[in-house]
Design a protein around this ligand. Sequence first.
Ligand code: NAP
Length: 359
Amino acid sequence: MNTTATTAASAASIAAAASHERQSPPSSPRMRAVTQDRYGNSAVLRIEEIDRPVVGPHEVLIDVHAAGLDRGTEHLMTGRPWLVRLAGFGVLRPKQPTLGFDVAGSVVAVGADVTRFAVGDQVFGIGSGSFAEFAVASEEKLASKPNGLSFEQAAVSTVSGITALQALTDVGHLEPGQRVLVIGASGGVGTFAVQLARALGGIVDGVAGTANLELVSSLGAEHVYDHRSVDIAEIPQRYDLVLDIGGRNPVRKLRRLLTEKGTLVIVGGENGNRVTGGVGRQVRAMLLSPFVSQRLTTFISREHHSSIERLAEYLEAGSVEPVIDARFPLDHAVRAVRRMEAGAARGKTVIVVHSPESD
Ligand SMILES: NC(=O)c1ccc[n+]([C@@H]2O[C@H](COP(=O)([O-])OP(=O)(O)OC[C@H]3O[C@@H](n4cnc5c(N)ncnc54)[C@H](OP(=O)(O)O)[C@@H]3O)[C@@H](O)[C@H]2O)c1
């Protein structure tokens, strides 16, 4: 065949290949996931087949065994408070269409620059779009799953556990023998906070709803107060550290619970206004703090493997055990979110995707 004919034949075959590619692109592997294309309540959620995510250079791909539900996931679903949208999650619609942060599973692919994990490692931590069969996570936000911890336990631990740990230690500077009050002790963060405060040598009291007082006692709280019948102003004890996790009590009321040199850490609280979520309470506390003998502060948890590894030590030692109140398979994840919306959840809720323990 002469050169002209060869070139023509090659051109024809390239054109044919190109046209074939256009007609049937190489199909990406697919997966089931809980998705949303707009902000709203759980009615915006769908279970559908989508392309598997692709890892960036510092990310790993996780075969998700279980995922955890938390208030942050709900905020991302609703786009409320609006501050969440401005924090980079998408102003008009969510940039990340798949729901979920907390994750536990096995690594099935690693990005080119990943140094901490390899394919086959069992990990837990914070991913992106964990309510799915596969999710990506930055290697910086993952730790090795302790052997004694189930995937379900690991999946519900990171977001709430590191928040509680940082509130008590890095921010609250809890010392052994000090008295701690956990307001919102029966929820995701609170159930970790009560146990961690005990493990750190604190003497702990808790505030929760009527149905959950026994649970909070069983986690190690000495005195438990029912927020439905007791105003926090009626609590007789004074505390070295108050973690304010639920109820949105005003700063002046919270201050009355503190010793003269005590510390208030405002972790969060639902039902604030829809723009800022009521963050004015935190701002007021910070502004007032330099002028009073007590320390009034707040923080946003730092999502880094160093905190997850610290938490893992307590989980592995058994001094902290995640409180899993409900389990839902991936296909029923919307029911889990509805339960949280209705205020019926306590402790943590797990979405079981493909758990070897449940095989
Ligand atoms: N700063 C951060 O980095 C950070 C990180 C994670 C979470 N957060 C925030 O922290 C807050 C709590 O999160 P979570 O996951 O623990 O929520 P959660 O699981 O819904 O728990 C809420 C807790 O608040 C209690 N509560 C409700 N109403 C109350 C009242 N009037 N007085 C006292 N306690 C009341 C609940 O008690 P009952 O259910 O027993 O009634 C429950 O113990 C959320 O606002 C979340 O966004 C902040």
